[in-house]
Design a binder for this molecule. Structure first.
Ligand SMILES: [Zn+2]
Length: 380
């Protein structure tokens, strides 16, 4: 067998209501520290999702500063402003509480407070020098898996995405509290849930770093998500479905943190950058054409995945048709024209996608400019 590395966060705690018990769950990590800096967005704060967590921390004698300035696709200058706020507060521990953008920002805050290295020097893979502050991540959507990945993506300039990918970004603790996700709107549940399924599918076919541990996690994640997504979209209060979605997204995150995603994500990124299509939806849109393109090479792997979730006639066709059926059932957009893309935009999208070589190298079949154009065309 080829050699491989597998890394993940050292401590995962899962249980409904666990956010309110954070002080005791994280007690060994908190130690003698008193000043907690919590990074979130205004939506999460307005919904009251922070309340029990903050109350529990304050009852334990800790001082909590809340920064709710995170926006989707966080711009670099905003991230740096949050870093300054944390420094002025004298943060001793950082909590990321929310969706992928809040968790990604919290990772960089913890990192930049622990080292003199500038952010601009950290972009890329394994570029981080020095340590970071203790870091706890608490997701409020079941999708990105950012709570267990060593990746933080920020927007630099107008539309270009830069990533810091380094083991230093693995949090010390990830806390799953399904109660935080009961109120997620159907459209968000659907898009982020399909994104998590894409993480499983792309990790399982990842060309370079696919390994037996990530494979097991990808299959387990796909099964949980597949079994729960329609129930979670139909009834947001279905506690079992919500728990399965959150756990499935975490398993997917552990898989793709080690066996990175490929062309679905590479072709999805320009939709986010140029048209501001949310990450989950853009991946859901690009999944069918990329899977059909990959089928020549990856059909046996798609067959294994579709057999694992109980589909008839396992293979790429079965998997694509099942994912298309789910997208219809959970009522999200399935055509690029529904998110403002026109025929004239396709060349630019394809050219931008080809720039995402860091992901394209993981795709099981080589993605060319013409093939990328054809993928966009197929779902216009
Ligand atoms: Zn994704």
């Amino acid at each position: 067998m080829a050699s491989f590395d597998f890394r993940t966060v050292p401590h995962i705690h899962s249980g409904p209501g666990s956010a309110g018990r954070l002080a005791s769950i994280a007690a060994p990590l908190i130690g003698a520290r008193k000043r907690i800096f919590l990074v979130t967005d205004k939506g999460v704060r307005a919904l009251g999702l922070l309340d029990t967590a903050v109350a529990g921390l304050e009852e334990a004698g800790l001082t909590v500063a809340i920064d709710d300035s995170v926006v989707a696709d966080p711009p670099e200058d905003r991230v740096l402003a949050t870093v300054n706020a944390a420094r002025e507060f004298g943060a001793e521990l950082v909590i990321g509480f929310g969706g992928g953008s809040s968790m990604d920002t919290a990772k960089l805050v913890a990192l930049l407070l622990g080292t003199d290295q500038p952010l601009a020097d950290m972009y890329g893979v394994n570029k981080v020098r020095g340590g970071r502050l203790p870091l706890i991540l608490i997701p409020t959507t079941a999708g990105t898996g950012s709570e267990v990945t060593p990746i933080s993506v920020v927007t630099v300039g107008e539309t270009s995405k830069m990533g810091v990918n380094d083991p230093a970004l693995y949090a010390d603790l990830a806390v799953l509290d399904a109660a935080l996700t009961y109120g997620l709107p159907r459209a968000v549940t659907a898009a982020t849930g399909i994104d998590a399924m894409v993480h499983c599918i792309e990790a399982y076919t990842s060309k370079i770093e696919k390994n037996p541990v990530s494979d097991a996690l990808a299959l387990a994640g796909l099964k949980k998500l597949h079994g729960a997504i329609e129930r979670a979209c139909t009834d947001g209060q279905d506690t079992q479905a919500r728990e399965d979605m959150l756990l499935g997204a975490l398993l997917a995150g552990q898989a793709f943190a080690n066996a990175p995603v490929g062309a679905v994500h590479a072709l999805a990124y320009p939709l986010g950058g140029i048209f501001h299509v949310p990450h989950g939806l853009s991946n859901s849109l690009m999944l069918p054409p990329v899977l059909r393109y990959n089928a020549d090479i990856a059909d046996p792997l798609y067959a294994e995945m579709s057999a694992h979730i109980g589909l008839k006639n396992p293979g790429a066709v079965a998997l694509v048709e099942e994912m298309e059926r789910i997208a219809d059932a959970v009522k999200i957009e399935t055509r690029l024209s529904q998110v403002g893309v026109s025929h004239n935009d396709l060349p630019r999208l394809a050219e931008d996608a080809m720039k995402v070589q860091r992901l394209l190298v993981n795709n099981p079949r080589e993605m060319t400019l013409d093939a990328a154009k054809a993928c966009y065309e197929a779902v216009l």
